[in-house]
Ligand binder design. Sequence first.
Ligand SMILES: Cc1cc2nc3c(=O)[nH]c(=O)nc-3n(C[C@H](O)[C@H](O)[C@H](O)COP(=O)(O)O)c2cc1C
Length: 237
Amino acid sequence: MNDVRPLNIPVILGTSRKGRASVHAAKLLADLLNRRAGVRSGVVDIASLPLPVDDAGEAIKQAAYSEAISAADGLVIVAPEYNHSFPGLLKHTLDSCLNEYIHKAVGLVGVSAGPFAGIRVVQSLLPVMRELGLVTIFWDINIGQVGKVFAEDGRLLDDAFVRRSDRFIRELIWMSKVLRYGREQVTIDEEAAEIAKKVPCPNCGTLMTHHADKVVPAAATSENDVVIAAARAWSGA
Ligand SMILES: Cc1cc2nc3c(=O)[nH]c(=O)nc-3n(C[C@H](O)[C@H](O)[C@H](O)COP(=O)(O)O)c2cc1C
């Protein structure tokens, strides 16, 4: 896995609210990622996407967002807690793509004014990530009482944030590397691995053994049929 290509890990800023404090966390995380060797990052601001609200899903896909996600190896989502969940516009934006996310790593950052540190927004996002085909890492960043962590002008008031983000970033880089290797080198169908022909991914053009799509498993083998028949006989079905 000695890949010299930089890992691309953009940070999605998940709110369009004027005066949003989450922007400080998003910018700092992009900066911290850019300081890591072999990693590049930037902020994808959902407020800058002209998403229509009279439709939903892939019908309103924006080229800029789709290209940013296609080119990503991993993602950070910075989401403020609004009424114990994520902002509606973040979900509307996430819903506008699908294949672009599949088999990519994601790290979640919850931001709240209250004391629960955005834990509830992270919990609410987990099933959404799974359905999109993203793979969550096991560290989150939880920023509670955000006014004590960042000043209004974005100055960091609490250095512990940088120390705590270290393990999150290291895990996200590792998962992004592993999943990039997997997307490009490992086929879902083990038996077909040796004969699998690489095809260009329709989204990013990279040659892959299976492209960024939910892969339909190979047709059941006769061995599977034997196992199913045995299971039916055993259960009396
Ligand atoms: C519509 C809305 C709902 C909110 N609900 C919560 C909440 O449930 N819990 C909480 O701790 N803070 C809540 N907040 C405060 C945000 O967490 C706070 O604004 C924080 O700075 C992060 O959001 P921001 O990036 O928009 O500033 C809410 C804010 C808005 C605008």
